[in-house]
Design a protein around this ligand. Sequence first.
Ligand code: ATP
Length: 536
Amino acid sequence: MEMDQLVALCKRRGFLFQSSEIYGGLQGFWDYGPLGVELKRNVREAWWRDMVVAHNEQLPPPGAPSTYEMTGIDSTIIMHPQVWKCSGHYDLFHDYMVDCRESKGRYRYDQINGRWVEAEGRRVFVATTLGGEEAIADTEQKALKFFNLRKKHADRLAWLGSVVPLTTVAEFSAVLGPDAKALGTLTEPREFNLMFETHTGAIRNESSKTFLRPETAQGIFVNFKNVLDSTRVKIPFGIAQIGKSFRNEITPRNFTFRSREFEQMEIEFFCRPATSPEWYTYWRDRRYRWYQDLGLAGERLRLRDHDKAELSHYSCGTADIEYAFPFLPPGEFGELEGIAHRGDFDLRSHMEGKLVREGGELVVEKDEHGQPRYRGSGKDLSYFDEVAKERFVPHVIEPSAGADRATLAFLCEAYCEDEQPDENGAPQKRVVMKFHPRLAPIKAAVFPLVKKDGMPEVAQEIYGQLKPHFHTFYDEKGAVGRRYRRQDEVGTPLCITVDGQTLQDGTVTIRDRDTLEQWRVQKDQCAAEVRQRLGM
Ligand code: ATP
């Protein structure tokens, strides 16, 4: 599948629109249309249901070291600025960017690649924002243009090695920027904090400055004690939250994959330090299975353990669940979710102040006067185990997923094209979105075969029976074959048709989106049939 086809379908059928499109759009922001909102809600609800509501705290799930409890919260987007100072986001949540003085383009430093080339006695690093095979073709084209050569003279370009990142280049004066005509127009990399700033209250000064949260996790940590004091949860337990997060990404791209406003689904799981490695393994595998169970079952999904060099300074284990999105070069994967063992870093930061690692120990960062650089809350965020009569700061396992990236992966995976005979037996190209039934925006469509002979009345009666239980769609316009295809294109698993036979024996035809199998059931059995077939 080409990404363009999916993007076109998303717009045509109302899954996704560019934000503020009538004004030319706003880069990095996306709106979900009438079907998109249902799909994303289904993703969120599947997550909340599977992780929180349906979790049975009386039984250890397969692979879990013991039973555990789950609960949820919904915290605010704007929080006390000290939260971000102690969490490290204020100082550390940045990307490096480079600007182009000529094209005015802005790029993430780590996302520029290029190749060294020699021609006419000059050595130039030709930069591109593309990767893999695309980078090779793009740099060749740019080099020909730069040296004013025709394509047939491509052999005058002596390439010195393969595609490498700009981060390996020291002499910026030899770099031809991705959109530049002259050499040396890229600035040195500069830090760029990704948090959106705003002000709370009437006065706009440094002390009224606040931030839109770049992750939902901190809302959970700062409520750890509230949850403990207001419920009877005992360790091990998890707190879940779904909500919007904001990052002023330098180069938003790849449809919704890298947006500036997006939604996260996060769990902070609190456990005893001694059992934390086992819980880390449990959550990593459990979260991987979740995507598989919802249809990302093939080779495009993978679980990747970070190697030691990739780990954050506080983490003793991190894994990413990744998907081979079609907009990435072959062999490349994009992150859907990260599962991190975070030790006691977050709770301690909010108690003591911003932490840094010094000689293998996490210590409070000091300023030039020897005072904590950012003061913590001073509140006791430890846990007292009544049975063992022991107090400790729990360790945390954090499965952190993006609702928009998951939705995008489910969209990519669902897209299929095949050929099916039309009413006259001629082959017809069919686009079908093979969503898992739990995720499908519409679960069933009801059609009268024709708009007469009492068929619409029966179809509306069935529609009325289904509507309170499932998102159902009623359609009586156009040829029935066309109506089927419209439902295939938005991934409706079942279509129910009232036809001539219905008027004689009270049965209707049900058609399966994937197998195209058709069978008949009594019209008052439709709700039970849909429930049973979709496993709901
Ligand atoms: P990346 O390296 O791709 O920027 P990250 O490692 O910074 O991602 P985390 O901070 O671990 O991401 O955030 C957890 C999850 O939130 C990610 O796995 C992803 O699903 C989602 N997410 C993060 N940034 C974005 C974004 N800009 N747009 C959409 N989803 C995002």
